[in-house]
Design a protein around this ligand. Structure first.
Ligand code: F6P
Length: 341
């Protein structure tokens, strides 16, 4: 078979590990040929390709980002986008596609599958918010990066008797905030799923100061105050209708200073959370996803996404990945509240 591979959406550590596993097993066990499509859906849309074989995928396991490049191109928002993709796949002699991506990329893959394109999906996102998989690769690495930042912020916060706020990624799902906040011993964790009270946050800040420590507040970029709205960077939307977030940390720091009289500062971790080498956990998960994806393609099990259920890699309907967003269950958040303040 001749198989196209693409990576779409926000990059995340572990993408190269998937590509390597797909190609290694695909060539060695099944004798497949591969075409790398560049920059997400832009690749098959514009016939923008690169060679993908044993040589071009050597040495990439520990490398962050994606050798294929990525973009947030949405072929359904481009005139004749789907027809162009179908024509280019035919012209290139491509039998099937392996699409590695999050909500948006897999949403496009699901629609293409319904239109007769043979697709297998691989779930990725640092946000860990894809449905029907216990974890996505990239999440573990970004939590580790955030925890390292929190550990460092603890010592400087204590030296200066300041409240320090760490703004992490997570538009609608607070997984990174929750896990890094628990692992980093935060004085409180604020996630998009649960609107927060500024007065309550100030109480927690003051009680942490009283106990002789300086508070670290972990806040997801999509967290919302009880009597306010989500704070966005600007009003521009991407091809999938998302706004750019960031700013809630700064806003909260001002509120804390005004209400408690304590100095408060914010660190926005931003794209640092997505860059660099994947953790060992993510390398293993991404590798196992890649191996299962190429097996699924070789068996012609189209319209499936590989997923982690417990410790097993399974195949689930591609459409189920984007049926709903996997947000933090309220009881999981409540578990962490005992450590607030
Ligand atoms: O979806 C992954 C993610 O990192 C989100 O957590 C974040 O809101 C978004 O991408 C940022 O996207 P961009 O890099 O396009 O600004």
């Amino acid at each position: 078979m001749r198989i196209g591979v693409l990576t779409g959406g926000g990059d995340c550590p572990g993408l190269n590990a998937v590509i390597r596993a797909v190609v290694r097993k695909g060539v060695k066990e099944y004798g497949h040929e591969f075409v790398g499509f560049r920059d997400g859906w832009k690749g098959p849309l514009e016939n923008y390709t690169m060679e993908l074989n044993l040589e071009t995928t050597r040495g990439i396991l520990p490398r962050g980002g994606t050798i294929l490049g990525s973009s947030r191109t949405n072929p359904f928002k481009i005139e004749n986008g789907v027809e162009r993709i179908k024509q280019n796949l035919t012209d290139q002699g491509i039998d099937a596609l392996i699409a590695i991506g999050g909500e948006d990329t897999l949403g496009v893959a699901t629609k293409l599958d319904a239109l007769g394109v043979k697709v297998i999906g691989v779930p990725k996102t640092i946000d860990n918010d894809l449905n029907n998989t216990d974890y996505t690769f990239g999440f573990d690495t970004s939590v580790n990066i955030a925890v390292e930042a929190i550990d460092r912020l603890h010592t400087t916060a204590e030296s200066h008797h300041r409240a320090l706020i760490v703004e992490v990624m997570g538009r609608h799902a607070g997984w990174i905030a929750l896990h890094s906040g628990i692992a980093g011993g935060a004085a409180c964790i604020l996630i998009p799923e649960v609107k927060f009270s500024v007065d309550k946050v100030c109480e927690w800040v003051e009680s942490r100061f009283k106990s002789g420590y300086a508070p670290i507040i972990v806040i997801a970029e999509g967290a919302i105050p009880q009597d306010g709205d989500m704070i966005t960077k600007d009003s521009e939307l991407d091809a999938f209708g998302h706004v750019k977030l960031s700013g809630i940390g700064e806003w909260l720091a001002k509120q804390i200073e005004e209400k408690t009289g304590k100095e408060a500062r914010t660190s926005v971790l931003g794209h640092i959370q997505r860059g660099g080498t994947p953790s060992a956990f993510d390398r293993v998960l991404a590798t196992r996803f890649g191996l299962q994806a190429i097996t699924a393609a070789s068996e012609g099990d189209w319209g499936k996404m590989v997923a982690l259920h417990g410790t097993d890699i399974v195949r689930v309907p591609l459409a189920s990945a984007t049926e709903k967003l996997k947000t933090v269950p309220i009881e999981r958040y409540k578990e962490s509240e005992i450590f607030f303040g």
